[in-house]
Structures are given as C-alpha cells and as structure tokens.
Design a protein around this ligand. Structure first.
Ligand code: AMP
Length: 420
C-alpha cells in the first residue's frame, strides 16, 4: 500500500527546530534586553493589514509593493496583505491610538514575522523575522546616533565580528529634487543602456538606480553624482551632526553614496550594518529617517527614524561561542517503585522552586536512567530510593567532578540551586 504523500512546507518558509531554536531565543533575548536598556518599549501589531497601508507607506514604486506582497481579497471583499515590513504598521498604530499625544517622543520596538514573495536563497526567505525599532517625534541628530548606537551594540553584543556600519544622507523633499535632476541629467543618453528596472526607476524614484546590481550597468552608475553633494544646508548640518555624535561615542562608520535603500520614505540619514560570511545577502540590518511618513499616513507632522534587523541573518552570523544553550536540568534517578513515587514528588518540588528538573517517566532500570542523564548533559543527578530513602536522604552526584554524597531530603533544593 502506498504511503500517504507528505504535505511540504511553502517555499521560502522554515520550521525552526530544537537545536536551532535556542539560537533564536538567544538572539531574541539579547535584542529585547538591548532595546529595553535604551528605553524602548514593546508594541505588537497584527501581521495582516490593509494593502493600501503599504502602497501609501512603503511606496508604490518599491519592489516590495510592486512585486513581493502576499496580498489578496478576503472573504469580505477587502484587499488585505501579510505585512512585508513593520514601519507602516507602527506608524498606523502610533496615529490610531493617539500615541502622538500620549508619548510625544515614543521609542518603540517589535519583533515578528514578515512576508515577501522574493526568490529564496541563503539569508533571503519568503517568511522571515525582524526586530523593528522606531522613534517618533524627535529630530535631533543625536537621535539618529542613538538609534545607530543601539543597532551597532546589538550586533556586537551578539558577538558578531567583522561587521561594518555604512551611512549616507539622501536629503529631504527640499533638496532631493535638485539631486534627482542632476542624476537624470548626468545619465543623459546612457539611460537607454541601463537595465529595464533602472529605466523604470528613473521615472518613479531615480535614486533607486543606485540599488541596481546588474554588472553591465555599474560603469555608468559609477559616474553618477552623489546625494551628499546636493544636500540643502539643514540636511548637510544634520548629517555632520550624526557623524560627530558617532565619532564621540567611538562607533566607526563608512560613508557610501550607494546606500539609498529600497523604500520610498527615507529622508536624510540612511544606514546599514553589513556582516561577513553571509554571502550576497550581507545586510544584517538597515534603516533610516522618515520624517514625512507619519503625516503622509494621516497623522501629525512628526519626525521618525528606525531600523529593522533580520533575525535569520543575526542567527546565521552568530559565532560558535555564543552562549545559546539553556542550563541543563537536574536529573532524578529512581530506584524501584518506592523510589519512583518519591522521585516524582522531588522533581515537582524542584520545578516549583524554579529549577529545571527531569526524570524518566517510563519505568526503566537505573542504568537506562543514568544513560538518559548523560544524554541531557545534566550537571547534577539525584538518586532516590533504597536505604537512603528510608533514612530521609537522597544521593546527590555532581556530574562534573563525579563526587557523590548523601544529603538530607529537605536540603535538596538548596544544594541543587548551588550547583546549577
Ligand atoms: P528592509 O526591511 O528591506 O530594510 O530589511 C531590513 C533587514 O531585514 C535586512 O537588512 C535583512 O536583514 C532583513 N531582510 C529583509 N528581507 C529579508 C528576506 N527576504 N529574508 C530574510 N531577511 C530579510
């Protein structure tokens, strides 16, 4: 008889199994602790939103909106989509709940899955996860520097070596049109020699020609003007301020005129942290300032800045030495039926006291139980039964030293806590 065919997971999605999930928990823990140390509070928004939120927020001209959204009509006839990024949702929530007034200078973070219909490869998936960090209502370049500091600190706290911070300024609605005009003028007749995507970008968002990866286009792109040479006075001063603050806290940066980022809402500062050993998908995180976005989505005239870090990429870039494993549990070995009954109570008592403890629930011999303790790499084994049980004692074995001693039943919790 043929076996029932298995139903495969959707391309570009992944199960995160025990053995890997500990790395995820570690990255999430460090991310959460870092954000909270910098004064950010968590916010959780739905993973499904109205399609127009991203058309308006992320931008009609972006690859995300044009090609990558998991958008569909729901049973009520509404156009909805799985979120491809977090920022528009954060802005929507900020406006909808009047946080503009409740938290005029809001520092928010969120973590969760995002969905983009991209071509899957190492470091690029269709369901992936981001840590998203946003600050609303603050314009000072010190804020840009603090956000970048948090991003950089997160990467270094995780022990990811050889990372590089890249920054740029893309100007504002006052100076960008001048730069765009200069860009198109410099392109001139060469525009026709660029790839189809670039030709399309030249009409919708010419800056994004700098995103092009097509090798044949590069000699032409290398000769184009740079946004930093066209900044208006306030944007130029802001950018100098950001760099001065970064220098003051000793965070090294490299300026790249090509860092325009794939989203439409950025103004002034853009930044990325690049990692080694990730191959083509080497951006660990990216972000920037988006001062016009809150207003554009129906809120007040509030500044905004943030970044998103790819959790898959942080997990991939973790060093071998990262302390990801949770402490091994205490293991309780039972001798005979009487021992099993007493062991069961002891395991529960340890757990109630906040300690990880396990025992073999199937009735098995002492040798089999000891083997299981070895497999768990347990630090401490407690042997319950026999004469010790009658005397109100338990045998405690320190698995690191092999030392074994009898201790009073009532001091077990303290003794285990001291060892773990
Ligand atoms: P973005 O939202 O495109 O600015 O991306 C921010 C970060 O999210 C990137 O630097 C990556 O670390 C991560 N990221 C973006 N797209 C993907 C994807 N398809 N798969 C995995 N990680 C991604």
């Amino acid at each position: 008889m043929a076996a029932t065919p298995m139903i495969a997971a959707i391309r570009g999605t992944h199960d995160i199994l025990p053995g890997d999930v500990e790395k995820w928990q570690y990255v999430e823990r460090v991310a959460r602790e870092s954000c909270e140390r910098y004064g950010y509070v968590e916010i959780r928004t739905p993973i499904i939103e109205r399609e127009e939120l991203f058309a308006k927020g992320t931008g009609e001209s972006t690859d995300i909106v044009q090609k990558e959204m998991y958008a569909f009509t729901d049973k009520g006839g509404e156009r909805v989509t799985l979120r491809p990024e977090a920022t528009p949702s954060m802005v929507r929530a900020y406006i909808a709940h009047n946080l503009e007034h409740a938290m005029p200078a809001a520092k928010l973070y969120a973590m969760g899955p995002m969905f983009r219909y991209e071509r899957p490869q190492k470091g690029r998936y269709r369901q992936f996860h981001q840590l998203d960090v946003e600050v609303f209502g603050m314009e000072n370049p010190a804020v840009d520097a603090e956000v970048i500091d948090l991003a950089w600190t997160l990467v270094t706290q995780l022990g990811i070596a050889q990372a590089e911070l890249v920054i740029n300024s893309v100007g504002c609605p006052a100076c960008r049109p001048v730069f765009q005009a200069a860009l198109l003028a410099a392109l001139g007749d060469n525009l026709g020699r660029l790839c189809g995507d670039c030709q399309r970008r030249s009409a919708t968002n010419p800056l994004r020609i700098y995103d092009c990866k097509v090798p044949a286009d590069q000699p032409i792109i290398d000769g184009l003007p740079h946004s930093v040479d066209y900044l208006c006075e306030p944007c130029a001063t802001h950018f100098v301020g950001v760099k001065t603050h970064l220098d003051a806290i000793g965070i090294a940066w490299r300026q790249s005129h090509r860092l325009v980022r794939g989203l439409d809402y950025y103004v002034r500062t853009t930044f990325e942290v690049l990692g080694q050993a990730l191959g083509a998908q080497n951006a660990l995180l990216g972000g920037g300032r988006y001062d016009g976005l809150v207003k554009q989505l129906g809120g007040g005239d509030r500044a905004g800045i943030g970044f998103a870090a790819g959790l898959e990429r942080l997990v991939l870039a973790l060093p071998e030495s990262a302390p990801v494993a949770p402490p091994a549990p205490a293991f309780v070995v039972a001798i005979g039926d009487e021992g099993r009954a007493a062991a069961w109570l002891l395991v529960r008592e340890l757990r109630q006291a906040g300690l990880a403890a396990q025992m073999e629930l199937e009735a098995k011999g002492v040798r089999a139980q000891m083997k299981r303790a070895d497999r768990l790499a347990t630090r401490v084994t407690l042997i319950v039964g026999g004469d010790e049980l009658a005397r109100g004692e338990v045998t405690l074995r320190d698995m690191a030293t092999g030392e074994q001693r009898a201790i009073a039943r009532e001091s077990v919790v303290t003794a285990v806590r001291d060892l773990l």
